[in-house]
Ligand binder design. Structure first.
Ligand code: HPA
Length: 274
């Protein structure tokens, strides 16, 4: 268990607010190769994670490790370029810390993105998938430990983890942009090894459409403190055993690069409309 409390959250938030001009209302957590959205933020202030009190530091290639605050699509946003995965060795509660700091900054809505393996055989690599729901297969939970009622309830409701209202808006935008937006269930696993074909068959039987190693802890933390969530996965590869080829992080990065412009168009319009 870790010992991060509301005092640490407030200290981190205060450090950020001292540097930023305005309070963000929308939070963005960008997955592998997707942090480029930060380049489009106007009047941007960039803060390195390592300079923020109590903030964890990310270690994965393709994940930068900085917060960008500024204006995007007319809204004040805070964007996390690089996130914290439990496979890096972070305590589950530490993965929740940045989300709680966002809440303290004034964030009411969170857009989470990730790269994920496609389990649904109707999907193809390069598709975007709106997350309808998730299955937490990590065996962990960021809320384990004493609950601070000031942050949220001991037993938070997860029956609408991914806002129906925001999903509807995302589908409308996709239609306008003539983008085939899939929708499905994201299974979050601990990683860092990719799944075996047998595990993928199991996950399909359980009702998962895509699989990844992030997002669930952040979304649980966000719902706990009352932030509305919308999630989008970039199907960067078909999951293990579906195609007769091995999986690699290089493929994940290459696919994300290929669909980046579609993805950015969707997310930036989404920010304008939520
Ligand atoms: N499995 C788990 N995580 C992933 C995958 C995958 O196939 N692709 C991108 N992230």
């Amino acid at each position: 268990m870790n010992n991060l409390t509301i005092t640490h959250i407030k200290e981190a938030a205060q450090y950020i607010l001292d540097k930023a001009d305005s309070k963000p209302e929308i939070g963005l957590i960008m997955g592998s190769g997707l942090g480029v959205l930060g380049d489009y933020i106007e009047q941007a202030i960039t803060i390195n994670y390592k300079d923020i009190p109590h903030f964890p530091v990310s270690t994965v290639e393709g994940h930068a490790g900085e917060l960008v605050i500024g204006t995007l699509s007319g809204k004040t946003v805070v964007l996390m370029r690089g996130r914290f995965h439990m496979y890096e060795g972070y305590e589950p509660a530490l993965t929740a810390f940045p989300v709680r700091v966002m809440k303290e900054l004034g964030v009411q809505k969170l857009v989470v993105t990730n790269a994920a393996g496609g389990i649904n055989t109707a999907f193809a690599s390069g598709n975007l998938m709106l997350i309808a729901d998730h299955i937490n297969m990590t065996g962990k939970n960021p809320l384990i430990g004493p609950n601070d009622d000031e942050l949220g309830p001991r037993f938070p409701d997860m029956s609408e983890a991914y806002s129906k209202r925001l999903r509807k808006i995302a589908h409308e935008i996709a239609q306008e942009q003539q983008l085939a937006l899939q929708e499905g269930v994201y299974a979050g696993l601990l990683g860092p090894s990719y799944e075996t074909p047998a595990e993928i068959r199991m996950l399909r039987t359980l009702g998962a459409d895509a699989v990844g190693m992030s997002t669930v802890a952040e979304v649980i933390a966000a719902r706990h403190c009352g932030i509305e969530v919308v999630g989008i996965s970039c199907i960067s590869n078909m999951a293990a055993g579906i195609l007769d080829q091995p999986l690699s992080h290089i493929e994940v990065m290459e696919t994300t690069e290929r669909v980046k412009s579609q993805f950015l168009a969707l997310v930036s319009t989404l920010i304008a409309k939520i």
